[in-house]
Each structure stands twice: as structure tokens, then as C-alpha cells.
Design a binder for this molecule. Sequence first.
Ligand code: FAD
Ligand code: ZN
Length: 481
Amino acid sequence: MGLPDLRAAFPGRLFDDEAAMAPFLTDWRRKWTGRAIAVAQPDTAEGVAAVLRWCRAYSVAVVPQGGNTGLSGGATPAAEGRSLVLSTARLQRIRALDAVGQTVTAEAGVTLQQLQDAARESGRLFPLSLAAQGSCTIGGNLATNAGGVQVLRYGNARELCLGLEVATADGELWNGLRPLRKDNTGYSLRDLFIGGEGTLGVITAAVLKLFPLPAGQAVAFVAVPTPAAALGLLSLAQQRLASELTAFELISETCLQLVERHGAAARRPLAAPSPWYVLLEVSSAQGKQAATAAIESVLEAALEAGLAEDAALSTSVAQCRSLWALREDISESQGAEGPTIKHDIALPIARIPDFIESTDAALAQHFPGLRLVVFGHLGDGNLHYNLSPPATGMPRADFAALEAPINRLVHDAVADAGGSISAEHGLGVLRRDESARYKPAVELRLMQAIKQALDPSNLMNPGKLLVSTLSCSQPQHRSET
Ligand code: FAD
Ligand code: ZN
């Protein structure tokens, strides 16, 4: 075995010098780092299949990687350095755009931003939207079943995908690029690869759904007294706006303070502080005035019912953007403040107020002084339930030592509430073992059976998502910087 064999099997771009490989060996948050024998960057689906055939012949593990923005360590190779990173960055073509059928066929390495732009140029909307969209790829979005801020209206990556092309662990190409909205012809193989985090095969292209571009949008930043009031406002907005409600985000006062401190040119939109806020977006096919009128009528009813205490309404695109920045800058602002402990959890929506109240209280009792940084996609039942050290400071090592017991407390509470410990970031290595703790044994056995059937040699991203039945190492975990 050796790279000369691989060069013969795969004539595309391949590199193995340390400096060129370095960006592919550490994740976005710099939480994990690994080593690899080489990085291969095919520019065709057939090239991907050729690399996988070589990997199978020589029993080399493959780590698929798109934009390397994943938050669970799924795209970082193991520390022992015997795997190959397969970067999809050069699978860059948008193969077709069908404005009538409202579909686009794009290769896996197209970035989310590029796809959104191509859709907009043809007068259509590709609604998946998240802060990493300039770097993350369609392949990575599908492999992690990414969510973001428009799931409430348009669904997550899985719901936006009609068909896939996949290079299998055997190095075959499966063309499942069907643009069909109805297709009941057996098991949905597509849905195994979506959310599969590269453990079953490499997605090389996808057919994705497009939507009409909204003619007008309006955004409100609303002060609400409690999470229960925020939920009341959600019900009211859903009833009055139906599918015109395109985002409903919860933000705590602590989050807003962090953004004020660290965010670029962030300004508080409301005079008086409130313990909680909601960012609400309305999109209308009738234009800006209709969107504004719809949001005003909801706000009026909410103020009257005591669900809201004050609200700022955007009247221009620039103002909409600056309200959205207050939400989108939270993660980065929390990171700028110091180390973080993060949870990406899903809950039955109606249980969220009780969950926040009881889990906040349990954390305050067992880990006094820590700051809770709670925000998220309330309309989807998805909270980013994060913690920062006390404002007065805490040695990094002491805070890092709290991560495991805090995870246990929070995730036990999530399980008790019937929730999930990973809503949109996947399992990778970050949540792999904890997930095995909470999933029923039968569910784990079925997942292992699928893995065994599609990747019997355990070469596709081994050690990620599932606790492996075969031995394998994993990337080195760094304490957070
Ligand atoms: P990578 O990080 O390269 O890979 C992620 C996983 O997918 C790995 O397991 C990898 O092996 C696998 N993979 C990648 N490409 C393929 C492929 N072609 N075939 C098979 N497997 C593949 N996520 C959300 O859901 N919502 C958010 O709001 C959100 N916000 C974010 C904000 C920031 C600033 C950042 C850094 C991340 C955010 N994320 C969010 C995480 C999100 O999952 C990723 O940004 C994105 O979906 C991953 O795409 P990627 O191309 O970077 O994949
Ligand atoms: Zn999110």
C-alpha cells in the first residue's frame, strides 16, 4: 500500500504534505485534531467512487469532509493517522435548475451560499439558512441533516431533499437523483444517507426543493416576560399567520448582553431590558406592506393578552438584518467571552418552559454561579442550552472539569422530557457515546445492522455517530480554547 497506488487509481488532486493537510485535520471550533495519510479532492462523482474502491482494496478508512464547519467532530480524522480525508470541495457544479418543477441538482461541494444565490438568480428560494452558509456544503448539510432558522416553515435538510447520488462503501455510484415528490418504491435509501454523517457512503450530488421567493418580509424583536409567554406568542402567531410565519427564535437577556459586548455594532432595539425576547419573521407573497400589517396585528394581540411587553418592528431590509444579527451573533459572542459548554437539544415544544425552569434551578443548585446562555429555534422545539463561566471568572481547567457532570444533568433532563440530545448538529464523536446511553437497545441494534449491511468493513468514517463494534480510534480531544 502507499500513495503511488492511490495516484494510479485516482488521477485527481491528492496531497500529503503536512502544511497542505493541516486545515483538514482540525475542526472549526478547534476542539478536535487528527492525522491522515493524505487528502484526496476528486472533482467528479466517479473520482469519489475511485477513491473509495482504492480504500476498500487497501482497508483504509475514509473521512468525508465538506466545508469542515460541523460542530460534533464528525469530519476530523482519527489521531492514529491511518485514514484518508476525502474532501468534496471540488465537487462544485450546479448540474440543473428546474424553475417549473422547483428543483435544483447540485454537487456535494457547492456551498450553501452558492446554492442560495443560484436559486435567487432564477427567482426562487432555497430556504436552508445558517450562520456557516458561506463555508458549509450541501453534502455536509445533508450528512448532518442541518436545520437553521427557517425549519419552522420549510423543514430541515432532510425535508428539502428529493434525491441523492451516493458513492457507496464498495466504490459504486448509486444514481438516486430523482426529482420526484412522490416515490413509494421501497425503502428510502436516501433517508439513510441523510443524517448518516458519512458513515454509510459519500453523498456526491442531490436534488433539492426550491420555493417561490417571498415578495416581502418583516421582522419583530419582542420582549416577553417568560418562556411560557413566548410559547403563547408562538401559538398566537401560528394561528394568525399560518405558513407566513417563517422564523420564531427565543433569546435570553444574557445572550443579548453578550452580543452587545462582543457583536459588531450591536444595538439594543428596546429601551427596557426583559428576561426573554422573541425574534419573529413574517414572509408574505403579497409584499412588504402585507408582511408588516400581518406582524403588527399579531403584536397588537400579543400586547393586549400580556404575552408581550414591548416590540421593535423592522421597516427596512437593513433594519431586518440588524435585528437578525442580534440572534446570529450569539454563538460567536459567547465564544469571545471565554470557554463554553454547549447543548443542542430538542424537546416537545409544550414542555420547554418547564424544562428551562427546572433545569436552570438544578444547575444553579449543583453548579452555582455559572451563566446560562439559552437561545434557539423555539418554533422547532430546539434550544441551544449553553453555559459560560461566572462573570467573575473561573480557571479554565475547573470549568472544563464541569462539562461531563453538567452534560449528564442536562441530557438526563432532556431524556426525562422525551427530547433528543442532538437536534441539528449530529452526533459525530461529541455525542456518540451519550446517544448510546439514551437510545433504546433495539434502536441501536437496528442502526448497527444498517451500518453492517452498507459498510461491512467499517471503513466509512469509523468511530463517528455509532459506538463501533470493531475497534477504532478517534480524533484527539483538545480542551476548549
Ligand atoms: P463537515 O463539517 O465537513 O462535515 C460534517 C459531517 O458530515 C461529517 O461527519 C462528515 O464526515 C460528513 N460529510 C460531509 N460531507 C459529506 C458528504 N458529501 N457525504 C457524506 N458525508 C459527508 N447546523 C445547523 O443545523 N444549524 C445551524 O444553525 C448551524 N449553525 C452553524 C453556525 C456556525 C458558525 C457553524 C460553524 C456551524 C453551524 N452548524 C449549524 C453546523 C452545521 O452542521 C454545519 O455547518 C454544516 O451542516 C456542515 O456542513 P459542512 O460542509 O461544513 O460539513
Ligand atoms: Zn441552531
